[in-house]
Design a binder for this molecule. Structure first.
Ligand SMILES: NC(=O)c1ccc[n+]([C@@H]2O[C@H](COP(=O)([O-])OP(=O)(O)OC[C@H]3O[C@@H](n4cnc5c(N)ncnc54)[C@H](OP(=O)(O)O)[C@@H]3O)[C@@H](O)[C@H]2O)c1
Length: 296
């Protein structure tokens, strides 16, 4: 079987073109969506993510600001900054880049963001809305997974989706999105984690397998059935003397082996990765529409 390679780069490109057109239309009505990204400390990976978010905003015509705070910033100081942006109508979305330095409680910070500006979808109010199927900001990576499935012609409706991983940012929300009684969902969902027994027996039942565990090449060919659709969320850096810089990125799925059995599969890099920031842009535009009570 020759697997369909689901290109996140291509899907993200077409969604970005839609967002760009939407932003241009909003601007004609005097609405300029705005996103502030707050980063505390010098974590190199976070610096890269924050830069990419700013670049995506520029590309799509979204007003953006990056606030860089020193690692010594106290929790109280950060909370006060969030209060200021909650009140600032120039910004529809507020994103606090995680992880935060150890002395700051992520929970306290995320809960302080105005839920209507929580474009990451991590505020408990938005998580609750997601669970009950109400209109909310879907977390970016899980939403990106749903878009990849739909836009590649792999509607999860009626399918058995097996999710590997139960984190609050990927595993649980993606399961929650796909189990809803809604377009792009209606799946039968099983969530697996490190305490799951007979894992391979369960993964072999998957029509759609979503891997989000952070373990390089963990899913082998004998863990999937013929014709499976695989979405690989994992991003793992492994040593490879032949690669530029001595290392390269791989997913949680043994891509070369599993693609021989799969109907469709995402690569790493170039699969889920490009979708995450794109869905952040989509949420920011959605937030601007809510704040300005914009009707299509
Ligand atoms: N492409 C993107 O934009 C994007 C975004 C976010 C994350 N990621 C990547 O996605 C991966 C997962 O991220 P995360 O934040 O969800 O990770 P996480 O918070 O570390 O959670 C990992 C989950 O996988 C489970 N797990 C670990 N080893 C397992 C095993 N051998 N068998 C079954 N389950 C296992 C853990 O189970 P327990 O709960 O029992 O510990 C946990 O629920 C990482 O590689 C991360 O870099 C990519």
């Amino acid at each position: 079987m020759t697997a369909q390679i689901i290109s996140g780069n291509e899907v993200a490109k077409s969604i970005r073109a839609e967002i760009k057109a939407e932003v241009a239309k909003l601007k004609q009505s005097g609405i300029e969506p705005g996103l502030v990204v707050i980063i505390v400390g010098e974590d190199p990976a976070s610096q890269v993510y924050v830069r990419k978010k700013g670049e995506a905003c520029n590309e799509l015509g979204i007003c953006s600001e990056t606030l860089r705070l020193p690692a010594t910033t106290t929790e109280d100081e950060l909370l006060k900054v969030i209060d200021q942006y909650n009140e600032n109508s120039k910004f529809d979305g507020i994103l606090v880049q995680l992880p935060l330095p150890k002395h700051i409680s992520e929970e306290k910070v995320l809960i302080r963001i105005d839920p209507s500006k929580d474009v990451d979808g991590f505020h408990p109010i938005n998580v609750g809305k997601l669970v009950v199927g109400a209109e909310s900001y879907k977390p970016c990576t899980p939403h990106g997974v749903q878009e990849l499935l739909m836009r590649s012609g792999n509607d999860p409706a009626g399918k058995h989706v097996v999710v590997l991983g139960r984190s609050n940012i990927v595993g649980k929300p993606v399961a929650c999105i796909l189990v809803q009684k809604a377009k792009g969902a209606d799946a039968t969902v099983t969530i697996c984690h490190s305490r799951t027994k007979n894992l391979s027996e369960i993964t072999r039942q998957a029509d759609i397998l979503i891997a989000a565990i952070g373990s390089p090449n963990f899913v082998k060919a004998d863990m999937v059935k013929d014709g499976v659709v695989v979405i690989d969320v994992g991003v793992n850096r492994i040593n490879d003397p032949a690669a530029k810089g001595g290392c390269r990125l791989v997913g949680d799925v043994d891509f070369e082996a599993v693609k021989e059995k799969a109907k469709a599969i995402t690569p790493v890099p170039g699969g889920v990765g490009p979708m995450t920031i794109t869905m952040l842009m989509k949420n920011t535009v959605h937030a601007a529409k809510i704040h300005h009570k914009y009707k299509e």
